[in-house]
Design a protein around this ligand. Structure first.
Ligand code: 13P
Length: 256
């Protein structure tokens, strides 16, 4: 059994002024065990304007700081965009790419993600690539087709030997912000399928790549989801805004 360390990341989405970020990080540091006693890697995905506050507050703690989007170009006529090097300069560790909310509201495409994922790696940033089906797609039996398309496109320009540096988050859209968490069986099945897709490129990468589950993860349901053999952590939205609850989810990665 490969030793994949779980990765629990909180996605603040549109939350977190600099003052709120500062207060949150202070509280998190009070609650979170030292890095050597944590059962998982821990990260926070925060708005651009709070990145430097979190980098500063969490320095030396082992907690990773991630942005929630970026452009793939270094510079150019792309008003409102932020480049990989700009994020790296702030001391950010990684970036969430292809979140379903950006796909839905901001026209994020698989074609753009094909550029963004390798651009993040080239800048030394750890990408979390989000994939997942809608409720309609699941009902029509198109879950695997959708996941295959998103995973293959998103990873197409990543060299095989670097696939393992990407984290993939399986986030079924019907479970995001709805309180309808996927059953452990559904999460396991979909994530095993995502892993097999990585295996089509590199068997070794498939064994080591981390695949998170996201969608209505809470302290109460985290233990049984995280206990699934292919689930390597969670991308937590709403429940991550409460540091107490977030720390309980991190603890759940250690098993019962
Ligand atoms: P919720 O945990 O609020 O359902 O959000 C999940 C998510 O989209 C994390 O990226």
């Amino acid at each position: 059994m490969p030793d994949r360390r779980p990765f629990i990341a909180g996605n603040w989405k549109l939350w977190g002024t600099r003052a709120q970020a500062s207060e949150y990080c202070d509280r998190l540091m009070e609650l979170l065990p030292d890095e050597s006693r944590r059962p998982a890697d821990v990260g926070l995905c925060v708005p651009f304007t709070a990145l430097d506050v979190c980098v500063e507050k969490l320095r030396g703690s082992g907690v990773k700081v991630l942005a929630q989007n970026m452009h793939w170009e270094e510079s150019g006529a792309y008003t409102g965009e932020v480049s990989p090097a700009m994020l790296a300069e702030v001391g950010v560790d990684g970036v969430v790419l292809g979140h379903s909310e950006r796909r839905e509201y901001n026209c994020e495409t698989d074609r753009a993600l094909q550029q963004k994922v390798p651009a993040a790696l080239d800048a030394g940033l750890h990408p979390i690539l989000c994939v997942g089906e809608t409720e309609e797609e699941r009902e029509r039996g198109e879950t695997q087709r959708k996941l295959r398309h998103q995973v293959q496109e998103g990873l197409e320009k990543v060299p095989s030997e670097r696939l393992v540096e990407v984290t993939i988050a399986y986030e079924p859209i019907w479970a995001i912000g709805t309180g309808r968490v996927a059953t452990p069986e559904i999460a396991q099945e979909a994530i095993a399928f995502v892993r097999a897709l990585v295996g089509d490129r590199s068997r070794e990468a498939a064994e080591h790549v981390r695949v998170q589950y996201g969608g209505s993860v809470k302290p109460g349901n985290a233990p049984e989801i995280l206990a699934q053999p292919d689930v390597d952590g969670a991308l937590v939205g709403g429940a991550s805004l409460d540091p107490e609850g977030f720390v309980q989810i991190v603890a759940a990665a250690g098993g019962p």
